[in-house]
Design a protein. Structure first.
Length: 234
């Protein structure tokens, strides 16, 4: 009995020692910027399509944790990446953003500022995840449910009329882009009109309204020509 009891005690001691020797990973979680399968990895933004009184606006960049959710809030930080020509504090702000507890995804707010420089030239802001006390930079190209992690997200912005990034989605209804055409659309609908988030039904109605407005305009002023001398058509 004594021999058997000694063996049992020895086994329990060995098991206890093994448990004490187990090492658990306690490193940082990884954070990455990601896009959907059919989403672009850049945004073209112009303050010229917004009201004159607007001094700043926000472009949201999607980020996610490559790891489990935690039951605590954590700070997300982005930083300018190589190729950036915009000036921090003058053209943009990258605020510290709180990721809520039990979350693995967020939309990080990149704040664009309406600086005087934007009236004469477009600037580029490439943003990437900034390594911090909470996160390290995540793996690039990781595919999760038809989404992909990318090294940085590009934002090109200015304060004069250029082809907006949403134009490809409305071109079937309003035709080929021109500055004059976009200016006429703002003339009809107002400079605050959001042409980006518009339904198919509204696009069809918009085309009819624009054609009617153009006919009325041309009856008084002659043909509406774009910056290339071509007749504007909707």
């Amino acid at each position: 009995m004594k021999f058997t009891l000694s063996i049992i005690i020895l086994i329990l001691c060995c098991i206890s020692c093994k448990k004490d020797d187990i090492q658990f990973f306690e490193g940082k979680d990884a954070m990455s910027i990601y896009i959907g399968q059919y989403e672009p990895d850049s945004t073209l933004y112009s303050f010229a399509t917004r009201s004159a009184g607007l001094k700043q606006d926000t472009v949201f960049v999607k980020v996610r944790i490559q790891g489990p959710a935690r039951k605590v809030e954590r700070v997300i930080e982005l930083e300018p990446f190589q190729g950036t020509s915009a000036a921090e504090g003058t053209d943009y702000l990258l605020p510290k953003f709180i990721l809520p507890a039990d979350s693995i995804e967020a939309r990080y707010p990149v704040i664009l500022l309406r600086s005087e420089q934007l009236k004469s030239e477009s600037v580029v802001l490439n943003v990437a995840v900034k390594a911090s006390e909470h996160f390290e930079k995540g793996a690039i190209g990781q595919e999760i449910k038809k989404t992909f992690s990318i090294p940085y997200y590009k934002i090109i912005f200015n304060d004069f009329l250029t082809k907006p990034s949403y134009w490809d989605n409305i071109e079937w209804a309003v035709g080929t882009f021109s500055v004059v055409k976009l200016q006429f659309m703002f003339r009809v609908y107002g400079s605050d009109k959001d042409f980006e988030n518009i339904s198919t039904g509204e696009l069809l109605n918009m085309r009819l309204r624009l054609r009617a407005a153009q006919a009325e305009y041309e009856a008084e002023n002659g043909p509406l020509l774009d910056e290339n001398g071509l007749h504007v058509t909707f």
